[in-house]
Design a protein around this ligand. Structure first.
Ligand code: 4AD
Ligand code: MG
Length: 472
């Protein structure tokens, strides 16, 4: 047999009509290597090896580790679902396949066939008695090794860094959180409404806007939040949510800030602050429960302490008014003047005081956005809430009841020096059947960072955008 199967042109993607056993039958759109034996066993994900003990399978993946010992060759292969050890014993596979082992380097891609054996001592717990080995591409020297690298070095190679087990684990947790959010809202009758990314105005203040030129229409801005549009959609559909990228030209270089992040936002007609708080709490508990249920192995790989997360699922979350929060902070030696927003440091201190996330409500209006409904009991305050994650993580959710009265909103726009024209449509919502309503936004990366126990949000998104980074 010619050993030419590693060449690209010999790999073709074609839907298989053959109803034979093996790779074709279970993976109709998989890569088919023509030179491979048509009797090749079924392509199996490493995560599924447990159900194939004693059977022959085909594994496709990348070399994670290589080792030789006498006449035996060992390799650990990863395929995105897990790690498995392959054992090559001279004489148990064609000599030319055995020879191929010596060409392999870390991250070379390859296809293996062999019989599955449970082997508790092997990484992943299963071993393949290799009967065929075919390299697909021999990797050049891989720049990332198990030794310690600096963060800048790794971020410059983010496209390769993603292959590390830790990064894979984080991305799987992120995926679970996204699906948990969608299921949560769908089960509660919220309709997904996609809000625009190019917008004519700001939503969360003018200091963190990314500006662009919009053809002949003048300036446009990348969306800071879908909220204003969701309010319109809530007046049509009742309960709505959006989930998409959000942009903030935040000058703050902190462990909690990205310039591009994903936010899930909910909005509902006839919702009061009380409803907003209850919904946000339910969502957070639901997400944590789902991650514990389906992604515990990832959390363990990340060495996440599960105890505090189990506390979160149990609920309920403590609630503090802004005034009470100031008192608590003062007791801890952190005094801030009434009227100021809580900063990252204050949030860290507060969120370390409780075992569970804490809902801080009714901040001074002066510290918050223009659209928040004043508290009828004290009009200096807004009917708003921030949900702070425990263990020092701080704000993961911000929400409020919205101003539903036209005159109050006009006054607020003026007080915030915001132009009225680009928001006429938003004012219309207060002219035509206005109702009390409210909602919140939850930052996906902050939640993933907290659940994974990470120090910085930069590892929670596949390709982070930070104030000083847009590559790769
Ligand atoms: O508190 P924020 O600014 O609220 C809003 O944008 C509202 N319009 C949402 C709404 O009511 N529909 O942002 C909401 C959340 C924050 O709690 C935080 O989790 C996240 O978005 N967030 C960021 N995440 C990463 N990097 C940044 N620069 C972030 N800014 C906000
Ligand atoms: Mg906020």
């Amino acid at each position: 047999m010619v050993l030419g199967f590693a060449k690209k042109r010999e790999i073709e993607v074609r839907p298989q009509k053959i109803s034979a056993v093996g790779a074709a039958a279970s993976h109709p759109y998989g890569l088919v290597i023509p030179s491979m034996n048509t009797e090749s066993p079924a392509v199996t994900a490493i995560a599924d090896l447990q159900t194939h003990v004693g059977q022959a399978v085909t594994l496709r993946g990348w070399v994670y580790h290589l080792r030789s010992s006498g006449k035996v060759r060992f390799l650990v292969v990863r395929d995105g679902t897990g790690l498995a050890q392959g054992v090559l014993v001279k004489g148990n596979l064609p000599e030319e396949d055995f020879q191929q082992f010596d060409r392999l380097t870390l991250e070379s891609s390859l296809i293996l066939e062999g019989k599955v054996k449970a082997e508790p001592r092997a990484p992943g717990g299963y071993e393949l008695e290799v009967s065929r080995l075919r390299p697909v591409n021999i990797s050049q020297e891989f720049p990332i090794s198990p030794k310690e690298h600096g963060v800048a070095f790794l971020l410059d190679r983010r496209h390769l860094w993603l292959r590390s087990p830790r990064q894979q684990a984080i991305l799987r947790v992120r995926d679970e959180v996204c699906r948990a959010c969608r299921d949560f809202f769908q089960e509660r009758g919220f309709v997904l409404v996609d809000t625009p990314i190019l917008t004519p105005t700001s939503c969360e203040g003018t200091t963190s806007l990314f500006e662009t030129n919009y053809l002949d229409q003048g300036k446009a801005y990348l969306s800071q939040s879908g909220q204003l549009y969701l309010e319109a959609a809530a007046m049509a559909l009742g309960r709505v949510y959006c989930f998409g990228p959000t942009f903030r030209a935040e000058k703050s270089k902190t462990r909690r800030h990205l310039t591009e992040f994903w936010m899930v936002e909910a909005e509902a007609a006839f919702f009061t602050l009380e409803d907003v708080m209850a919904l946000a709490e339910d969502l957070v508990r639901h997400m944590v429960a789902r991650v514990l249920l389906h992604q515990e192995p990832q959390l363990r790989l990340l060495e996440r302490d599960l105890g505090p997360l189990e506390q979160v699922v149990a609920g309920p979350f403590p609630r503090l008014s802004y005034g009470e929060a100031l008192e608590r902070l003062k007791e801890q030696g952190k005094e801030i003047p009434w009227g100021e927003d809580l900063g990252g440091d204050e949030e860290t201190v507060l969120s370390q005081m409780f075992q569970r996330p804490v809902l801080v409500h009714r901040y001074p209006r002066s510290a918050k956005a223009f659209y928040m409904e004043p508290d009828p009991a004290d009009p200096r305050l807004a009917l708003c809430v921030d949900l702070l994650a425990p263990e020092g993580y701080g704000e993961i959710v911000g929400g409020s009841q919205r101003m539903d009265d036209l005159e109050t909103l006009l006054k607020s726009l003026a007080a915030h020096n915001l132009p009225r024209e680009p928001l006429e449509w938003y004012l219309d919502l207060r002219r035509y059947g206005s109702v009390p309503h409210g909602g919140f936004g939850l930052g996906l990366e902050r939640v993933v960072g907290w659940l994974c126990g990470l120090h910085h949000v930069r590892e929670t998104i596949p390709f982070p955008r930070l104030i000083d980074r847009i590559y790769p």
